[in-house]
Design a protein around this ligand. Structure first.
Ligand code: MG
Length: 318
């Protein structure tokens, strides 16, 4: 392979990550908080397109083909990187807070609590750590892993930055470890064109928390059902979101097949869809994503501009 071919290939995958995430988020909204049987009732042939999304009280607040908080927060990170020319966690935190001031919809409880603290912008990690301790160290929501895909696009220090950006709101080692794992997988798919074997991910996970390994093991099962994504008590758990997205990388033959498998399980489907979509976009590339999913995104131009800015900035990054 010559250099230019490799470069074009990674550019296609960088776009694939951004668009894959946004599409998974926007389509996943259609089954968010549903059980699998509710998904079947509302979408007898499965949810496949934005136009099918039922307009109930929860979903009608968004325009058809719009993404939610997951992609908004991913874009806060992307914007900070593109504008600063370096990874500055405090600058990312400032953008989170700025976004929070506009009363965003769909924001998770833990993230809401952390971002509402007065001196969040000055000491984000300390605030996040305190709120986590006040939860009895039980809170391990998927609010950090949902936005971490873009960190995998950095050329170097992916693990360090994924951990640091997770800790801006989520201190639990399961949140940090799952964010690191997703970012490393994005990086490997985009720049090496390789899937990281699960044994390698287990080693990474064990550096953070022993509770990660069983969820990594579940990604090797033949069916997503093993994850019980629609279980009401655990649907926002960071390890479930991580495992669902990795399952797609290991088992799907196309972007569409993987994404539809995840979101039709219900549960925290916009977030599961966002992370799965980003990995599938990294694996298969932008060119393999069905055009109707791109065309239906109402804020498509925002993503296109961000992709251009990142493509220009990433090779120069300090
Ligand atoms: Mg959401």
């Amino acid at each position: 392979m010559n250099f230019h071919f490799m470069k074009d290939l990674s550019e296609d995958k960088i776009r694939g990550v951004l668009f894959g995430q946004a599409i998974g988020d926007a389509l996943g909204l259609g089954t968010e908080f549903m059980t699998k049987s509710e998904v079947r009732r509302h979408y007898p042939d499965g949810l496949k397109d934005y136009a099918q999304i039922v307009q109930d009280g929860h979903r009608a607040r968004w325009r058809e083909g719009d993404w939610t908080d997951d992609t908004d927060m991913m874009l806060c990170i992307a914007e900070a990187i593109a504008e600063d020319g370096e990874v500055n966690p405090l600058s990312v935190a400032r953008r989170f807070k700025q976004w929070f001031r506009h009363n965003p919809m769909g924001i998770g409880r833990h993230t809401h609590t952390v971002l509402s603290i007065g001196d969040y912008e000055e000491k984000p990690c300390l605030v996040a750590e305190k709120i986590w301790q006040m939860s009895g160290k039980r809170s391990a929501a998927n609010g950090a892993v949902m936005r971490t895909s873009v960190v995998g696009l950095l050329r170097q220090d992916v693990e360090k930055h994924a951990a640091g950006i997770s800790r801006l709101t989520h201190a639990d080692p399961r949140c940090v470890g799952s964010s690191v794992i997703i970012s490393l997988m994005v990086h490997s798919l985009v720049y090496q064109g390789e899937t990281i074997p699960v044994e390698e991910l287990i080693k990474v996970g064990n550096r953070y928390d022993s509770r990660i390994e069983p969820y990594l093991q579940m990604t090797q099962e033949g069916s997503l059902g093993v994850l019980q994504l629609d279980d009401e008590r655990t649907m926002g758990y960071t390890l479930k979101t991580m495992a669902a997205a990795l399952w797609c990388v290991y088992h799907s033959r196309s972007f569409e097949e993987g994404l539809l498998a995840v979101i039709n399980e219900g549960g925290d489907a916009d977030t599961n869809g966002a992370v799965a979509g980003s990995l599938l976009g990294a694996k298969f590339g932008y060119a393999q994503i069905p055009v109707r999913y791109m065309a239906g995104l109402v804020r498509r131009a925002v993503l296109e501009d961000m992709a251009e800015a990142l493509l220009e900035m990433l090779p120069e990054l300090k």
